[in-house]
Design a binder for this molecule. Structure first.
Ligand code: NAD
Length: 307
């Protein structure tokens, strides 16, 4: 399989918000894609874009050289690989030496487990979670953080380049998920810090623009401030200017921070800010923020700060 993996059929499993447009970009580039999702409407949309669909995951995998998964969680990925609820495991259905490419965001430990069982079954394994959101998936401008053996990275790179702009080889199995979880922990913590600073500035009589002009050119500078600014005005393209429509939804930030907490706990790191950020975003998601941009956390902080 090795030489022609990148040009053979890709089984694409999971045609949701991200997977749907990613699969479209592969087909647009001339790839043979056979897709499956348990939601009939997702299959219908895929067919409208010229993607071949089948009625089960094993059907998609039979005859594929690459199995790309874009699923909600690590349990979904491991269940699909091993088989669950009477469905056969994809690892047992796939031809020998198939490349299993998981682009979902899952626990680092789950990614390593997925790789171990794939290798054990005689296959190859790559974890390649993404950042860039639905807009990046549609535009083909995602960033892929890749955990793979060097030869497998070379195999998947041309495929990932059809869906993304930056493809970063982070190390061996699990390293892609490790990079993703570390980055998003920085993001969650820094968005809370920026939001607390704006609310504090309000209480101290500082305008949003004044704080932005200083911090964006000083040591407080970060993406949460200069790109996704949580107050309307200073960065006209930030979700704060459209009533916190995502963007990056609070539910996804809460999920990614739970993965960060799992990683902190499994490694024994004293990550107090990561734990706190996870609690704060779990509450935000549970109290109406799940579908809002994660920068909407500032409205919670402001409400809770009202005298
Ligand atoms: P989604 O819920 O929209 O899509 C997941 C799809 O997987 C659904 O359509 C579901 O029916 C399907 N599915 C479930 N089990 C399946 C199975 N066994 N076989 C085939 N399909 C199955 O989720 P999404 O927003 O597309 O996110 C997918 C992954 O990407 C998640 O891990 C998420 O954390 C990550 N991610 C999402 C974003 C984002 O902005 N949405 C950004 C970065 C990363």
């Amino acid at each position: 399989m090795s030489e022609n993996a990148a040009s053979g059929t890709i089984a694409f499993l999971g045609l949701g918000h991200m997977g749907g447009p990613m699969a479209v970009n592969l087909v647009k580039a001339g790839h043979q894609v056979v897709a499956y999702d348990p939601v009939p409407a997702a299959l219908e949309v895929a067919r409208e874009h010229g993607i071949a669909t089948v009625d089960s995951a094993p059907e998609a995998v039979a005859g594929a050289s690459v199995v790309l998964t874009m699923l909600p969680s690590g349990k979904h990925v491991l269940d699909a690989y091993r088989g669950a609820d009477g469905a056969p495991g994809l690892l047992s259905v796939a031809a020998p030496d198939t490349l299993f490419l998981d682009c979902s965001t899952i626990n680092v430990d789950e990614a390593r487990e997925a790789a171990a069982i794939a290798l054990e079954a005689g296959h190859r394994s790559v974890d390649a979670p993404v950042s860039g959101g639905v807009m990046g998936a549609e535009a083909g401008t995602l960033t892929f953080m890749v955990g793979a053996l060097p030869e497998d990275f070379e195999t998947v790179k041309p495929i990932l380049e059809l869906m993304g702009r930056r493809i970063v080889h982070c190390g061996d199995h699990g390293a892609g998920q490790a990079a993703k979880v570390c980055n998003n922990m920085i993001l969650g913590v820094s968005m809370i810090a920026v939001s607390e600073a704006f609310v504090l500035g309000e209480k101290l009589g500082l305008t949003h623009q004044a704080l932005f002009d200083v911090a964006s050119n000083a040591s407080g500078q970060c993406w949460a401030l200069t790109t996704n600014c949580p107050v309307p005005g200073p960065v006209p393209t930030s979700p704060a200017n459209r009533d916190y429509q995502p963007g990056f939804a609070g539910a996804l930030m809460a999920k990614d921070l739970r993965l960060a907490v799992n990683a902190l706990e499994s490694t024994g790191v004293d990550g107090q800010m990561g734990h706190l950020a996870s609690q704060i975003y779990d509450a935000f998601a549970a109290e109406g923020g799940a579908g809002r941009d994660f920068s909407g956390i500032i409205t919670d902080i402001r409400d809770k700060s009202a005298k």
